[in-house]
Design a protein around this ligand. Sequence first.
Ligand code: HEM
Length: 389
Amino acid sequence: MCWRWNKQLLTSILDSHIIDYPTPKNLNYMWSFGSTAGIMLVIQLLTGIFLAMHYCPKMEYAFYSVEHIMRDVRYGWIIRYIHANGASLFFIVVYCHIFRGLYYGSYIYPRHYLWLSGVLIFILMMATAFMGYVLPWGQMSFWGATVITNLFSTIPFIGFEVVEWLWGGFSVNNPTLNRFFSLHYALPFIIAGLTVIHLALLHDVGSNNPLGVEYYGNKMSFYPYFYVKDLYSFFILLILFCVFVYFFPNALNHPDNYIPADPLVTPAHIVPEWYFLPFYAILRSVPHKLGGVLAMGGALVVLLLLPFLNSSRVRSTYFRPIYSPVFWFLVFDFIFLGWIGQKEVAGPYVILGNLATLYYFFFFLVIIPFLSLVEDHLLIFDSYSKIKK
Ligand code: HEM
């Protein structure tokens, strides 16, 4: 009796969420990034579990245990390359997912909580990736960890205590590596839990669509049409994945990370992984340490505020002629910040970084609220005058 009841519950949940789930007919391929992000998360979890079977989170052995995985463990090299490049691909997919949301106004009411859960996932992804990069205990791992954990020393009054608490000592050391390993293992499961909440929030209100308007008869069942569509997108991603794993497995890694960590030798340029570079550029564009940290944190906070900054009734950028060019300029600006992030803080890069940071904040804090007031009026006036003619 109980078993039959549970079975019915399970099948009805599966049916209403992934089989008969009413999905807008006109979703384009931009709506595949969510499911591909889910697949990437599963790939990262599985490969991570297998890596952890052979990895040793002790300062003396960490670097060499990774070499052991690469050389001695059967298929260890491919598991490691999938995990390392998978992190990059996961970020590519999630950045596309975020910019898709920005373009089609998917963060606007009633999907504001859905967006907020997404930003939370993104912040946790950044923390997980940062701690994962420390684990091979190469030069970049060690010095990256030193630079980033030191940022907490800018917290007024208790900064240094916080940093020592994070380190578990007086420098980045064995306890630091141990706790980073523990957290790097645990956080992806929290991300997976948050992803379930993310999907529950999505299914509560339903997907947005490229037009940004709901209309009668626009829904069809998720299975089989969107399964096939999302699978097709995943196979395209898989091709890119294979190109990296088989042909350029170290292209996205820093060569210095193949040198064992040495606390006595600082590398000439300490650069984070590519997916942190835009935020790193924002951090460095303010010449004051605390100011830089606040700016970098602020760059994430504006994402949290976004649903409350935009009051436009028109969701899709496709129908917003003034917003459209400034949106595309933001995309350019973000990539440009990434480029600035890996340059030295000197000469023209300083001023260019400042300008790019300024535009980032100007876009979210000024352009979005201003245009959502002005453009709506212009669009309504325009369509009204067309009707009158
Ligand atoms: C582990 C990372 C993530 C996973 C697995 C994930 C998964 C998904 C899935 C499967 C969907 C439905 C399909 C789609 O619309 O693409 C979705 C929708 C959505 N996600 Fe995510 N997501 C993640 C991260 C994020 C982040 C970082 C944000 C924003 C900062 C975000 C915001 C949204 C929004 C607003 C929607 C609704 C889109 C619409 O209906 O137009 N997600 N997500």
